[in-house]
Design a protein around this ligand. Structure first.
Ligand code: HEC
Length: 92
């Protein structure tokens, strides 16, 4: 698995939208548990300032009531990053 993740740059990017729909939407579509709502520019502006590396890390390690790996241990770092990228694209 680690080898796969390292080689990920060479394979087609993970489908961030599909991962978002499966693993993130139930909270981030409606702001469940005070999560930043997907597509809400005002809510995301301060998050973007923290930088992508921090946002990726928050999802991988968990933050507040968001469990590590969004409680989907089967998702790879690459897939979790793709879901973050998808949500960030929504507010760009
Ligand atoms: C159980 C609900 C829940 C799920 C599922 C969930 N999140 Fe979150 N997310 C939250 C909450 C709550 C916060 C705010 C955490 C805080 O600041 O205390 C958050 C914050 C974030 C942040 C901002 C992190 C930061 O550093 O401020 C990102 C990025 C994020 N989520 C991405 C994702 C992605 C990607 C997924 C799917 C793979 C996901 N979330 C799934 C509840 C959820």
């Amino acid at each position: 698995m680690a080898v796969l993740a390292l080689a990920a740059g060479a394979v087609p990017a993970a489908d961030g939208e599909a991962i978002y729909n499966r693993a993130c939407k139930k909270c981030h579509r409606i702001g469940l548990e005070d999560s930043p709502v997907a597509g809400d520019k005002a809510a995301w502006a301060p998050l973007l300032e923290k930088g992508m590396a921090t946002l990726y890390q928050s999802v991988i390690e968990g933050k507040g009531s968001m469990e590590p790996r969004a409680n989907k241990p089967d998702l790879t770092d690459e897939e979790l990053r793709a879901a973050v990228d998808y949500m960030v694209d929504l507010v760009k």
